[in-house]
Ligand binder design. Structure first.
Ligand SMILES: *Cc1c(COP(=O)(O)O)cnc(C)c1O
Length: 398
């Protein structure tokens, strides 16, 4: 018989009762070092006092009023995101897929308002992940996710990642913009090269296209800058964020330059829950931490420490790991045996991780992780790797 909870996920047989920083505890008291962060979402760690207090206090006052009224918490959050970024204006929603839907609507509507209604197509990339709505499945273009869900939503042209010639070839009379993750998360911690991201900016400028970055996973400080695109020294026209923004509270956002933002006039876009007082209070509390002086530099420093540990691990276990990938606190280990086996070995040693495309184990700890926890994580991974070699890999063992 089908479980009451619809079985759309293959779940590990673990239930966590509470957390503290980068640690999660089961009811039986077994503890795990969380290098999955609920898929790069628990950015300020578990049981974060500042975030939890802010949410509790706001919940007691008022949680939801709708966007028919002013919401001071949303105004403040938008002002802070604008002050900290390239953007002039922000729209709040509830998830990454919803943010990307809104971003694509903005890209299309900008062309329309520009007197070019035939320009509605958006170029996306192989290995991308943009979410599970019907349109974002088409944007993602992964046959495994699309199968059996009817006709693919039209308007997306997918080309190889990090391939500027393919992008230039794909730009046609119906192209309105480009949507890309500066660093692909689900796709396997694949970084867009600086030349590639700069080339996309140049192509958009040359052809009058809107450049949209999906920073749902790589944004909000994960790479050691607030947004991953900042490393390339360019600015997009619009960016989507979600995962880390609420530190575990569901909230997404679209940040845009004025020339794109202004096309979403009253009545053209909306969402009931988006930007409610509770969600925006949570995100404001997260920003208190992320935007504190020196915090992002610390993420970069801790990322380098972690990366060095992973590089050593790859060198010591060549039969298990092909390469280390990533930057800051979004790192990956490309595996030789199935990544799921390595992930299971890590979990057996008490370390949680997430698999990703290209046979990668993804490592995305809370951004507040301590140096000591990073050192412990690498030690647990080393034990997991040894366990993996011993368990199975008669052919994998050196
Ligand atoms: C997770 C993710 C999404 C989808 O976010 P949801 O909140 O699950 O809808 C979109 N884009 C990227 C890059 C993601 O990592």
């Amino acid at each position: 018989m089908i479980p009451a909870l619809m079985p759309t996920y293959t779940r590990a047989d673990l239930a966590f009762e509470r957390g503290e920083g980068a640690w999660l505890y089961t009811a039986e008291g077994r503890r795990y070092l969380d290098f999955g962060s609920g898929i790069a979402t628990a950015s300020v760690g578990h049981g974060n006092r500042h975030l939890a207090d802010a949410i509790a206090a706001q919940a007691h006052r008022v949680m939801h009023v709708s966007n028919l009224y002013r919401i001071p918490q949303a105004e403040l959050l938008a002002q802070r995101l604008v002050a900290a970024s390239f953007a002039d204006s922000v729209f709040f929603c509830n998830s990454g897929a919803e943010a990307n839907e809104g971003m694509v609507k903005m890209i299309r509507r900008a062309a329309y308002e520009n007197g070019q209604p035939d320009r509605f197509r958006v170029i996306t990339f192989e290995g991308a992940f943009h979410g599970r709505t019907l349109a974002m499945l088409a944007a993602t273009g992964n046959e495994k996710y699309l199968k059996g869900f009817g006709p693919r939503v039209d308007g997306f042209d997918q080309v190889p990642f990090n391939d500027l010639n393919a992008v230039r070839d794909a730009i046609g009379p119906h192209t309105a913009g480009i949507m890309v993750e500066p660093l692909q998360g689900e796709g396997g911690i694949r970084e867009g090269s600086t030349d590639f991201l700069r080339g996309l900016r140049a192509a958009c400028d040359a052809f009058g296209l809107v450049l949209g970055f999906d920073e749902v996973q790589c944004g909000m400080g994960r790479t050691g800058k607030l947004f991953a695109f900042e490393w390339a020294g360019i600015e997009p026209d619009v960016v989507s964020v979600a995962k880390g923004l609420g530190g575990g509270f569901p909230i997404g956002a679209i940040l845009a330059k004025e020339h794109v933002a202004k096309v979403l006039t009253p009545g053209t876009h909306g969402t009931t829950f988006g930007g409610n007082p509770l969600a925006c209070t949570a995100a404001n509390a997260v920003l208190d931490i992320l935007l504190a002086p020196g915090f992002l530099a610390e993420v970069a420093r801790k990322g380098a420490l972690f990366g060095a540990g992973l590089t050593t691990l790859v060198a010591d276990f060549p039969a298990l790991f092909a390469a280390r990938r990533g930057v800051g606190l979004i790192q990956g280990l490309q595996c030789v045996p199935p990544a799921g086996e390595v992930q299971a070995a890590f979990m057996a040693e008490g370390l949680l991780s997430v698999t990703a495309g290209e046979n990668v184990v993804r490592l995305v700890p809370p951004l507040v992780i301590t140096d000591a926890d990073i050192v412990e994580a690498v030690a647990l991974m080393r034990r997991g790797a040894a366990r993996c070699v011993a368990a199975g890999g008669r052919e994998a063992a050196p």
